[in-house]
Ligand binder design. Structure first.
Ligand code: URA
Length: 435
């Protein structure tokens, strides 16, 4: 295959056929196309975009570079949720046990955090012994047995994305709708799903800055999923403020355990309820969203989701006794400080981007893919936009490794909150649903 012709065709905005796209993707995993040609192709797509057929061909070719999970016959639908990422986003960890309790199979292949965006695998690794690496056969067996597993992507699952994403990251070609669609969906299609719910975030701390951009990405993913026989829906949710009241790996897992026991926080719980209800309707397990919501709330009112989370921890090598001990601790970090505001009023802004940077700088996030992270550090008791507050209220607690780190975080927090004397309107978390 002459890749120069193919790059030139895309550069001139001509449509590529399935065979051309498949040849390029295969060359990508076989390393028979050099980085400079692949990068030039990605840049051509970035500027010229792709038609729907091309996008589908790219997604399927990328999926087929590795293994696709095969499932035994079973009535339980196979579902998953994917988020484009944000600060304090621990929805997957609450949602997946709830889904398993509702009678779904959930083979969740997740990622790690980068920069200010947290990652589900990092959060789970704050539980002693938890293993995020399972072979595809082990993943299938565990999901058949207990209904869920959360693991990292293995070497033989959509390997083309690994090389392409690595190049996109360093060539300014990440924010391209067809490339993001293919990257996300190729990995999701590997799971052999019946239905998918997407959380496409927009706002200051999101990858998509505006609701219009988020809608365009959501439309592309939902339409292509439907063409690939996956019933998909996307929620467009705001990421100007963090989700829930904590950010930082272990602190978020602690919030997950509380949420599974019915203690909120409201924004997290409502998103979980809406997404679980949506999957019940998408898969025909509930006739309408009212009845679906009711079923989810009934499950959340029991101990079952908590037991399901513990069953997953145990199945993946985690120490449930240690997990429970950690939950009983005030903090795992050596230094805990409160950020107190001497005024009174209503909170008008909680800046997710700044809070994400603070957590990252405390050691809870990565500056690049190879940096280690400290699972203990972060923020909790984060005040929410719209809340009234009295004199000397706590707006957040800092969990840090050292006094110096805590001081730096407290100084940064002063810029992360804004308040007003009068009540403030807060837009709804779910701005729109694309189906
Ligand atoms: N997440 C992915 O997995 N791929 C992208 O291209 C962007 C976000």
């Amino acid at each position: 295959m002459n890749f120069v012709d193919l790059i030139e065709a895309k550069r001139e905005g001509r449509k590529l056929d399935d065979a051309q796209i498949r040849a390029l993707v295969e060359a990508c995993v076989e390393n028979t196309i050099p980085d400079y040609q692949l990068a030039a192709f990605l840049m051509a797509v970035f500027f010229q975009g792709m038609e729907r057929d091309e996008s589908r061909a790219l997604t399927l070719a990328m999926r087929d570079t590795g293994r696709v999970l095969e499932w035994p016959d079973d009535e339980r639908p196979i579902v998953d949720k994917h988020s484009t990422g944000g600060v304090g986003d621990k929805v997957s960890l609450v949602l997946s046990p709830v889904l398993a309790c509702l009678g779904f199979r959930v083979p969740m292949i997740s990622g790690r955090g980068l920069g200010i965006t947290g990652g589900t695998l990092d959060k789970l690794e704050s539980i002693p012994g938890f293993n995020t690496v399972l072979e595809p056969d082990q993943l299938v067996a565990q999901v058949q047995d207990i209904g869920l597993a959360i693991v990292g992507q293995s070497e033989d699952m959509a390997p083309a994305d690994r090389r392409m994403y690595g190049l996109r990251d360093v060539t300014g070609t990440v924010p391209s709708i067809p490339l993001i669609t293919a990257s996300i969906l190729s990995k999701k299609l590997v799971e052999g799903l019946d239905a998918l719910v997407m959380d496409v975030k927009f706002g200051k701390a999101a990858f998509m800055k505006t609701q219009d951009d988020a809608r365009e990405l959501a439309r592309s993913i939902v339409d292509l999923s439907l063409e690939c026989d996956v019933n998909a829906r996307a929620f467009l949710t705001s990421m100007d403020a963090p989700l829930g009241a904590s950010a930082g790996n272990w602190l978020e897992v602690r919030e997950v355990a509380r949420c599974l026991k019915g203690y909120g926080p409201d924004d997290l719980q409502s998103l979980v309820v809406e997404m679980a209800a949506s999957l019940l309707v998408q898969t025909g397990q509930a006739p309408d969203s009212g009845k679906a919501r009711q079923r989810v709330l009934e499950v959340l009112a029991t101990d079952k989701p908590c037991q399901k989370l513990e069953a997953m921890i145990s199945a993946q090598g985690g120490d449930v006794d240690e997990f429970r001990k950690q939950l009983a601790e005030n903090s795992l970090a050596p230094v805990v400080r409160e950020y107190i505001v001497p005024d009174e009023g209503f909170i008008s802004r909680v800046d997710a981007l700044k809070l994400g940077e603070i957590v990252r700088d405390l050691g809870g996030g990565r500056l690049n893919k190879n940096t280690g992270i400290d699972h203990r550090v972060g923020l909790d008791q984060i005040a929410k936009p719209g809340e009234p507050f009295g004199v000397n209220s706590v707006f957040a607690r800092v969990h840090a490794r050292t006094d110096e780190d805590a001081e730096r975080a407290l100084a940064g927090l002063a810029d992360a909150f804004a308040f007003e004397a009068n009540p403030v309107d807060v837009p709804p978390l779910i701005a729109e649903i694309v189906e």
